[in-house]
Design a binder for this molecule. Structure first.
Ligand code: GDP
Ligand code: MG
Length: 597
């Protein structure tokens, strides 16, 4: 297809504003999926996505559309992940497009993710087509939100299209407008090939499927292609377009969007953001914008049953094939045994990975409290990166810095006070406050990421009855007065409970954890002190009183088989205990203590 007849676009929307439903509707209106084949959310392929109703991985699909004059166009719709954890992937998907449909729920208005992705789209110079969705809803207030959108991006409220992905109302007009407004792609057809990878997916049958947008030149099957970041070369076994099922083609030219299959089995060999060129006639300059995504959140992942360790390793090795941003290395914990320290892009990523581990691989796991990356300079001027609090070089710390993020929160104005209070308590610094409309406000803060990974979102939601939405982006490292708080059972450190916190919050953290553990750990035959400490200094203490747990006393004179049963029962109970020094700690205590409040 010549570039003049191509339109590349994405849909940016907050979760639940109807992106998947609208995408499905477009597939049926353009006729590439028949009504018979249509199942809800055709494009959301992963099970977890479907169940949770969120889009994790982007996909691209090509649809034909004719304008009023009978000219046919190829519309490439690139599905972007909506969640903040995947900002980099979103930015690459946007870079593959010339335009974006800004989709807003007509009963909800703009939310934080809409705004964050809109800013990304504007940075990429995309043409924005504003659209209100779900106008079939009785609660829809399109006039109000059209004004809000016009206020935000300029233009007139009347220019905001009104559609319903559910009923199909307005969707044809939207497709016409995409053809009309979004510029055709431009590029040099005669230059050496340059294609940008915007997604890379592992498929157990076909190996890695790499989604690309051709910028210059042309790629054809059976050529030898090269990844510009690593210089690695592969054979292009198949090149094609998804429409929506994969369909091989004779090649991809300027402006086209499609996939490559090279037979590689590991997505790390085909990284999002990288540039693909032709080995025989390589481009000299890679496309701008490539970075290796860095994990932001770390957590220890341990099998509940220690003998599952080899299975856990195997499962992580397999997941890694389809998830280039997942990192892990072996780690041992006094309390939890053998496991892995894993690095994730964010909390949702962590949740997805642990859910896949238990669902797809049937593993029962304990995940330790999430930690961020601390950069420490020691008193003898050594530099240490700490992703596990138990490795914090206590007592030898000269300076320590923690990751900071820029946070955007959208909320109804009535909740501004309570949310500001929450942000303050999480060491936030207010950057600004804007009214989006009469009653909706955007608050902008900088905040330590470590304060957000610890149940910030839950608190935000409960304080605003679910009305606030949140987005954030990394904003570098910043020095802070941090200390490590250890938890000791009978004088023994329990590494899984160590945490790095701000000095002002150390006392509260210590008190919370010791109280929690006193309730969770059963009495033993001796007294067990539970202490919280900064270095050698004890900052909180609780005691579990001794008990002589004589189970036989109860059946004094009773029959012998009943006694035996009781003894066996007690033995069984012991199996699920972990020994910390002399203290028996039930597995559940670890899980409960680590699961936040
Ligand atoms: P996404 O998270 O943006 O992909 O949103 P979905 O497409 O999964 O839709 C979220 C919810 O809104 C689902 O329950 C849909 O059935 C519903 N929904 C989507 N579009 C419409 C619409 O146009 N009208 C109505 N009434 N509901 C819609
Ligand atoms: Mg969706």
């Amino acid at each position: 297809t010549p570039p003049e007849q191509i339109r590349n676009f994405c849909i940016i929307a907050h979760i639940d504003h109807g992106k998947s439903t609208l995408a499905d509707r477009m597939l049926s209106i353009t006729g590439i999926v028949s009504d018979r084949e249509m199942r809800a959310q055709y494009l959301d392929r992963m099970d977890i996505e479907r169940e949770r109703g969120i889009t994790i991985k982007s996909q691209a699909v090509r649809m034909p559309w004719s304008d009023g004059a009978g000219q046919t166009y190829a519309l490439n719709m690139i599905d972007t992940p909506g969640h903040v954890d995947f900002t980099y992937e979103v930015s690459r998907s946007l870079a593959a497009c010339e335009g974006a449909v800004l989709l807003v729920d007509a009963a909800q208005g703009i939310e934080a993710q809409t705004l964050a992705n809109l800013y990304l789209a504007l940075e990429n110079d995309l043409t924005i087509i504003p659209v209100l969705n779900k106008i079939d809803l009785p609660a829809a207030d399109p006039d109000k939100y059209a004004a809000e959108i016009a206020n935000l991006i300029g233009g007139k409220p009347e220019d905001v299209l009104r559609v319903s992905g559910k009923t199909g109302m307005g969707v044809e007009e939207l497709l016409d407008r995409i053809v009309e407004r979004i510029p055709a792609p431009q590029g040099d057809a005669d230059a050496p090939a340059r294609a940008m990878i915007f997604d890379s997916v592992y498929d157990s049958y076909r190996g890695v499927v790499t989604y690309v947008r051709m910028i210059d030149g042309r790629l054809e099957p059976r050529e030898r292609i090269q990844m510009m970041s690593t210089r690695a070369t592969h054979d292009a076994l198949e090149i094609g377009v998804s429409s929506p099922e994969p369909t091989p083609t004779k090649g991809l030219s300027v402006g086209e969007v499609g996939y490559l299959i090279t037979g590689v089995k590991d997505v790390r060999l085909s990284k999002v953001g990288d540039t693909v060129t032709n080995q025989r006639r390589p481009a000299t300059k890679a496309l701008a914008g490539y970075v290796d995504p860095k994990p932001m959140v770390f957590s220890g992942v341990y099998p509940i049953d220690g003998s599952d360790y080899p299975e856990l390793r195997e499962a992580l090795d397999k997941l890694k094939l389809s998830d280039a941003s997942l990192q892990y290395e072996p780690e041992t914990s006094v309390a939890l045994g053998f496991g892995f320290r894993c690095g994730f892009l964010g909390l949702l990523h962590l949740e997805i990975v642990t859910e896949r581990l238990s669902r797809e691989f049937g593993l029962d796991l304990i995940t330790t409290a999430p930690s961020v990356t601390y950069e420490v300079t020691t008193d003898n001027n050594q530099h240490v990166t700490v992703t596990n609090p138990s490795e914090y070089p206590d007592g030898r710390v000269a300076t320590v810095s923690e990751p900071i993020v820029k946070v955007g929160i959208l909320l109804p104005k009535d909740y501004v006070g309570t949310v500001m209070e929450l942000c303050q308590s999480r060491r936030g610094t207010l950057l600004g406050m804007e009214y989006l409309s009469e009653d909706r406000v955007e608050l902008r803060y900088t905040m330590p990421l470590g304060e957000i990974v610890f149940d910030f979102f839950d608190h935000l939601k409960s304080r605003t009855q679910g009305y606030a939405s949140l987005d954030y982006e990394p904003a570098g490292q910043q020095e802070a007065d941090l200390v490590k708080v250890d938890i000791l059972l009978q004088g023994e450190k329990v590494d899984a409970f160590s945490s790095i916190v701000h000095r002002d919050k150390a006392y509260a953290y210590g008190t919370l954890m010791t109280e929690r553990l006193r309730k969770l750990i059963p009495r033993q035959q001796f007294e067990v002190p539970i202490q919280a400490a900064i270095g050698a200094r004890i900052i909180a203490r609780e005691t579990i009183r001794a008990i002589r747990k004589d189970v036989l006393a109860k059946c004094y004179g009773g029959d012998i088989s009943r006694k035996r049963k009781l003894l066996e029962k007690q033995k069984e109970g012991k199996k699920r205990m972990k020994m910390v020094g002399r203290v028996e700690v039930p597995q559940e205590a670890f899980i409960a203590a680590l699961s936040g409040d």
